[in-house]
Design a protein around this ligand. Structure first.
Ligand SMILES: [Zn+2]
Length: 262
């Protein structure tokens, strides 16, 4: 027998999903979820760009200068400037950028921090420089709307990561894990106990956390397999919080790990 409470909630959750973009556009915190779990000023701040779409930009101060994880979409410049100011710096102080993937809604701020080293999955370089496109139908539709700026291969310094990698930044270390599937070069980064998983998982009202969305992904089957393999080699105790690249965060536990494989 099904859960009656769940059956009663079904019509309401579908209405909520429809109203969600409107509701969160009016909500001062935007369409984020538990972003306060990773706010740590003046050491680190997270903000989102693009209104309800909520593409996250995370900036942290390390012994090796400012680092950014993902670079947002529309409005990324002012968000990066504001976040750098919160950390006592400017965009020119950003030394490292870590890209979970190079879909257009996560890279828009790159010209502002072009002096940085850009860490990304080796298989993501062609997408970042605009040599190849992506496979998800909604991603292709969005990319087809208009052109957007890509760096050329020789205009910025790229660190293309092909396997599990640790990058030491003074007292901090960024652990980089390839998790192909959402895109060929998708990466997860573990930094100060926070796992930045890109779009390999997402959160929606009504359905909660789940794996990558098919309409935006190259292969959701590969993405789930990548997460399953990541859980095998990443001890649970090392991850305090997990966040999507759209500003949805949660305390990491085994139930959450299991949900993301669905
Ligand atoms: Zn994406």
């Amino acid at each position: 027998m099904g859960n009656p409470l769940r059956a009663d909630l079904r019509p309401q959750t579908s209405k909520l999903a429809l109203l969600w973009p409107v509701a969160c556009a009016l909500w001062p915190a935007g369409c984020t979820k538990d972003l306060d779990l990773i706010q740590d000023p003046p050491r680190a701040v997270a903000r989102t760009t693009t209104g309800p779409w909520a593409s996250m930009v995370y900036l942290a101060r390390t012994d090796s200068g400012l680092v950014a994880i993902d670079l947002g979409w529309t409005g990324a410049e002012s968000v990066i400037e504001e976040s750098a100011r919160d950390l006592g710096g400017t965009p020119a102080d950003v030394r490292w950028v870590f890209l979970t993937h190079a879909h257009r809604d996560h890279i828009a701020g790159w010209p502002l921090v072009r002096q940085a080293r850009f860490v990304l999955g080796a298989a993501e370089v062609p997408g970042f420089v605009g040599d190849t496109g992506y496979l998800g139908w909604a991603t292709r539709m969005s990319d087809g709307l208009n052109e957007y700026p890509h760096p050329s291969r020789d205009s910025i310094a790229m660190v293309a990561v092909g396997g599990d990698t640790a990058i030491v930044l003074g007292r901090d270390t960024v652990y980089a894990f390839p998790i192909p599937g959402h895109t060929a070069g998708s990466m997860a980064y573990l930094f100060r106990g926070i796992l930045f998983g890109g779009d390999a998982f997402n959160w929606r009202p009504g359905s909660g956390f789940q794996g990558a969305r098919p309409e935006f992904s190259d292969s959701i089957a590969q993405s789930r397999e990548s997460l399953r393999r990541l859980w095998e080699r990443l001890p649970a105790a090392r991850v305090r919080v997990m966040c999507t690249s759209h500003g949805k965060c949660a305390v990491a536990d085994s139930a959450l790990r299991a949900r993301l494989l669905r």
